[in-house]
Design a protein around this ligand. Structure first.
Ligand SMILES: [Zn+2]
Ligand SMILES: [Zn+2]
Length: 347
């Protein structure tokens, strides 16, 4: 039983860990899961190769990945520039930026974790190119690459894809991580994320997968039950700085995490997955350590983590589970995807 508060050093906030409460009775809503066999191609999917999109544009017959400008952008070079000035202390400005979509595969029925490591590495290279292309534009301050996966996080089209928001501002979490990382470097001469990795290695209980140059762990200070960080072991402010070798190692560890996620309850595992990369606003971010964070919304196969009073109302998380227990659960999962296991080995 863990009942304590844990400090989240990247966000500078306390997480209440109250793992003694997790089996309290629940009679509310649950998330239904019905796994259906999907075909490789669907003729009315706006992400499948060769199909028309709402904008009238037609997707290329792409063999691997496919990048296009979002047809419903939240930020755009074409956002209105003539704005009504608000009263008093209020401020506004044009929603300038670039929003894109990246399809991972031409196959409608695959997920990121089902791609081969070499295909994942190819996708990481696309992310490198996008970061360099969008990040080099003077009007862009930050490039947020993220995947929302599953109906539990509001995504109804299972075609594997992520989104990119290149914005004229730095997203709040990145701004905080960048600020505390630079302060830590100024105060100690060390990289904050390296100190986190050192603590995780010293503890050892939270590590999910590891190879020569990449690591995945469910951090001591996790806010979600199955929150996992995937990172290169060397400090790089962004994905574009990773060598070919590091990229392959990263792809291999990433795949193992995704397979374990899916194997946990033998269902496609929903998550929000942002890449945390240094801003591109001209600042010095040499103490920023690129990583991917997984924020899975489920606590159990059919039970959502509700964000309520502490999280929405107060801004700090209440976790009903401990990192030690959930990391052990994930680590125990096989590295072979359940869809590829012989039937008798399935629960
Ligand atoms: Zn599709
Ligand atoms: Zn982060």
């Amino acid at each position: 039983m863990v009942w304590e508060e844990r400090w989240h050093p990247l966000r500078e906030e306390w997480v209440i860990v109250a793992a003694h409460r997790q089996d309290r009775p629940w009679s509310g809503g649950t998330v239904e899961h019905q796994e259906e066999e999907l075909p490789e191609y669907i003729d009315d999917c706006y992400l499948c190769p060769g199909n028309p999109r709402i904008s009238g544009m037609v997707n290329a017959r792409y063999p691997q990945t496919f990048v296009f400008d979002n047809d419903h952008p939240s930020v755009s070079p074409n956002a209105p520039v003539e704005l009504i000035p608000p009263p008093g202390i209020y401020r506004n400005r044009p929603a300038r930026g670039i929003a894109r979509v990246v399809c991972y595969s031409p196959k409608h029925n695959l997920t990121l974790g089902e791609l081969e490591p070499v295909e994942i590495k190819n996708l990481l290279q696309v992310w490198q190119e996008q970061y360099k292309d969008l990040g080099s534009r003077p009007e862009i301050a930050h490039v947020l690459i993220f995947e929302n996966k599953g109906e539990a996080v509001g995504v109804s089209n299972p075609h594997p894809h992520c989104q990119i928001y290149a914005t004229n501002f730095v997203f709040k979490t990145i701004e905080t991580e960048a600020r505390v990382s630079e302060r830590h470097r100024a105060e100690t001469g060390r990289v904050l994320f390296q100190d986190i990795l050192a603590a995780e290695h010293e503890d050892g209980r939270h590590i999910i997968a590891e190879n020569d140059s990449a690591i995945a762990f469910l951090p001591y200070f996790a806010r979600y039950a199955y929150e996992v960080f995937v990172a290169p072991k060397a400090t790089h402010p962004n994905i574009a700085r990773l060598s070919d070798r590091e990229l392959f190692d990263f792809a291999e560890v990433l795949k193992r995490v995704l397979v374990k996620f899916d194997n946990l309850w033998q269902m496609p595992f929903p998550y929000v997955m942002p890449l945390h990369q240094a801003p591109v606003d001209g600042g010095d971010y040499s103490g920023f350590h690129f990583h991917i964070e997984f924020h899975p919304p489920l606590r159990k196969p059919n039970l959502l983590k509700y964000l309520a009073g502490p999280e929405i109302g107060g801004g700090n998380f209440l976790s009903d589970t401990s990192a030690e227990e959930k990391a052990a659960e994930l680590r125990a999962q096989p590295d072979v995807h359940y869809k590829h296991l012989p039937k008798q080995e399935m629960k």
